[in-house]
Design a binder for this molecule. Structure first.
Ligand code: BGC
Length: 756
């Protein structure tokens, strides 16, 4: 534990030292440089900047000083290999990069320092590869457990997503490169994502689905925003004036570039006249503004035909030049040097993974396992040995190595311990209902991923339960490795398709229940999944660890928690329902592939479970430790005009060092309008506390933490009155309470005149 703490402290110190960036100009200087360049450009040259020059590039225009192509690359957890100009294939040789944990894992750390480190690794690797713009982070909200991309996002809560994306973006951009917050917005399912029409009331939109985007813009200064594929109230996101001009530009003051998701452009003048930005797609498909393959300029024709004003094209080009200037790309200012595939980056990948792992249950104290007492270990579940980093469509990577859990176990236990790997017995695997895939295959191909279709033959898998039982009873530990996989086979998680249900693979639940009934020594279940799975056996599992996809160091991160080198401190970033039918989306019946109405409104995730008083399998924010913590002395004090400071003392009351996450929720005893039972408004993670050690953590709240979005005035409003402040260690484990007396009339007035 000591080394972990030391290493952690070193990284955090390095992170704070790296906060300053070299070239990042202030907005005024960048705008000046952008305007000067724009003034030199012909209409055709400006048009060049309104669409890609290839799958992942914008044109060089040497005549005006843009000497290189602007280069983009996915994603939120690695710098994906570079692509060919006209197609989705990777250029050769395929570049290798560190693969960090997915964003759902990062969110489960509840640690803003981890988010900063995550961003810095990506920024440094981009600079080393010569990538100017990262196509991440994705901050869509986990509205339904079926969403194929939940693992790529920061969970179900807007406050958690907002607070985690800000340091991550700042970390990326501290390397004089741009980050892109995506997919703006309401792309909360993958089922028919290219055509689905979403309808969400304004209050829910502003309270649940927009806060992370807003924080990215206003707090992190994100330079790029990617619109989503879907329609919103019948209008493509890339043509939506309310969102692009009204919200992003006018309300939030966004100065950077807006770009479509790849293939998300549907028109020429309609998009441009509705605040649309640059068109991106597979290189040979880009056609509405500037057609690089044909060397044509349809946007110039539209200007000549009077359909688009030249001022509109100027503005689009100016936004691109502004981003280029901010990063030093345009001005030629020295940009911060990067590095790639270093030991340090690999250790950060491992560290973030370790910090994200959730100890869901440890009733009999089976974990951590004592490595010295093991002679024979049975591992059940082939996912313990299957690599994932190269999967996940646009979120995939190409890594120098990947440590699976089995690899890590072997390295940790050495040759003297016998490790037996067996697949989980399953029913015959049925052919996938791939109707969703059929609908959206075009989108998947456009995204450049592999489409691994089920061959439909099916096969009976795994040994018989009797054989397994004999092995388990003869082993010193039985580790069941279950969950999901990335990809397009069966019910895996990936872009372009949702999971067809919330269930585990057929037959797995029954096998796990059987295994749990054997009373084999040291039985541990590890669930590795990026979205909740409706396991049926958790009540009979005394010991359970949960993890999302952790990238190239996944095996090491999990093994270090299993053996107690690291004490788990992750907390769930999504509610785990017992069954799909319990979720708001399922109960309100609005999940389909055509017209989706967000009828559950702001009751998303734990808000729904609180509202309907439904017991989840595991609540949002849940996560245990190998030690115990006492949270006491909750105290809410005014800390200046419209500012409250919430303090709580956390004491490690157990026997090993550990970290706890204090979560601050606001409740509304005097609500004048409909409110949720409670809303997360802040959190703080303690340092590594030694046994007996205490730390007082502080979370600051402001009047906006009590506000709701008032559709009548179209503003956030804070009603005067008393608010309860609930301090807990999960959304269902509240340890203390305070009160804030709020009179925010001045803030309300200021919001009104500033249109915030
Ligand atoms: C995905 C985006 C990604 C883009 C470029 C799209 O299919 O939705 O997240 O950035 O492809 O690869």
């Amino acid at each position: 534990m000591k080394t972990a703490n030391l290493r952690f402290a070193t990284f955090v110190a390095a992170a704070s030292a790296a906060i300053s960036c070299f070239a990042m100009l202030d907005d005024e200087a960048a705008l000046k440089a952008a305007r000067e360049t724009l003034a030199k450009m012909t209409l055709e040259e400006k048009a060049l900047l309104t669409g890609g020059s290839g799958t992942m590039t914008l044109s060089a225009i040497p005549r005006v000083g843009i000497t290189k192509e602007w280069t983009m690359s996915d994603n939120s957890s690695t710098v994906r290999p570079q692509m060919n100009r006209w197609d989705w294939d990777y250029t050769k040789p395929r570049s290798e990069n560190t693969k960090l944990p997915s964003l759902s894992a990062l969110a489960s750390t509840w640690d803003v320092e981890m988010a900063r480190l995550h961003g810095e690794v990506l920024g440094a690797e981009m600079r080393d590869r010569g990538v100017d713009e990262l196509l991440g982070p994705g901050v869509n909200i986990a509205r339904t457990p079926l969403n194929g991309r939940n693992w790529e996002y920061l969970g179900e809560d807007p406050c958690l997503a907002a607070k985690m994306c800000v340091p991550m973006i700042k970390g990326v951009q501290s390397y004089d490169v741009a980050a892109t917050v995506k997919h703006f917005c309401l792309n909360d399912q993958e089922w028919n994502r290219n055509n689905v029409d979403t309808h969400c009331d304004l209050r829910t939109l502003h309270e649940i689905y927009l806060p992370a985007f807003r924080a990215a813009v206003q707090e992190a200064g994100v330079l790029c925003v990617m619109t989503s594929y879907n329609k919103i109230d019948g209008i493509w996101a890339s043509e939506n004036k309310y969102l692009q001009t009204g919200v992003l530009r006018d309300r939030w003051g966004f100065k950077g570039l807006i770009e479509t998701d790849w293939g998300g452009q549907h028109s020429n003048s309609f998009s441009a006249n509705n605040g649309g930005g640059i068109e991106m797609d597979r290189g040979d498909q880009i056609k509405f503004h500037y057609n690089p393959k044909a060397g044509k300029y349809p946007i110039v024709d539209a200007v000549k035909a009077g359909k688009i004003s030249e001022a509109t094209v100027d503005e689009m080009a100016l936004h691109v030049l502004f981003v280029m200037a901010k990063t030093g790309f345009l001005t030629g200012a020295p940009r911060k040097a990067g590095e790639r595939n270093t030991k340090k980056h690999q250790e950060i990948a491992r560290l973030i993974g370790e910090e994200s792992i959730v100890l869901a249950k440890n009733e009999k104290g089976v974990l951590p396992l004592d490595a010295k007492s093991l002679k024979k270990v049975l591992v059940i579940g082939k996912n313990a040995a299957e690599k994932q980093c190269h999967k996940g469509c646009s979120a995939e990577g190409n890594v120098p190595y990947e440590i699976t859990f089995l690899d890590a176990l072997k390295a940790r236990l050495g040759k003297s311990v016998e490790i037996v790997l067996k697949p989980l017995p399953k029913e015959k695997v049925k052919k996938t209902d791939d109707s969703q895939l059929a609908v959206d295959l075009s989108g998947v191909e456009r995204a450049g991923g592999h489409v691994e279709k089920d061959d439909g033959k099916g096969k009976a898998e795994g040994p018989g339960l009797d054989e397994l039982k004999a092995l388990a009873l003869a082993s010193d530990a039985t580790i069941v490795f279950t969950g999901t996989e990335l990809g397009y086979d069966g019910n895996m998680e990936s872009e372009g398709r949702d999971r067809k249900d919330m269930l585990a693979d057929p037959g797995e639940d029954a096998s796990i229940s059987a295994i749990l009934s054997w009373g084999a020594k040291n039985t541990v279940v590890i669930s590795r999944a990026g979205t909740p799975v409706g396991y049926t056996w958790t009540d009979s599992a005394p010991t359970m660890l949960m993890s999302s996809y952790l990238g190239m160091e996944e095996g090491n991160s999990i093994a270090r928690v299993v053996f107690g080198d690291v004490n788990p401190s992750g907390k769930l970033c999504q509610t785990w329902p017992k069954r799909y039918e319990d979720t708001g989306v399922a109960q309100m019946g609005t999940y389909n592939e055509k017209e989706v109405v967000y009828n559950e409104r702001f009751y998303v995730g734990y808000r729904w479970f609180d509202y309907k008083k439904i017991e989840p399998m595991f609540p949002f924010g849940h996560g245990l430790s190998y030690t115990t913590f006492d949270v006491s002395g909750v105290d809410v004090k005014s800390a200046g005009p419209n500012c409250w400071s919430v303090r709580a003392k956390v004491t490690n009351t157990g026997k090993v060092a550990g970290r706890e996450v204090v979560q601050v929720y606001v409740a509304y005893p005097e609500a004048k309008v409909e409110r949720c039972v409670k809303d997360l408004r802040g959190f703080a993670k303690t340092k590594l506390l030694k046994p007996g050690e205490s730390e007082v953590v502080t979370v600051e709240l402001s009047s906006s933490d009590f506000a709701y979005f008032d559709e009548l005035t179209h503003q956030f409003t804070t009603d005067p009155g008393k608010y309860d402040i609930l301090v807990g260690v999960s959304s269902r484990d509240i340890r203390g309470k305070g009160t804030a007396e709020v009179d925010a009339s001045i803030e309300n007035f200021l919001r009104l005149i500033k249109r915030l």
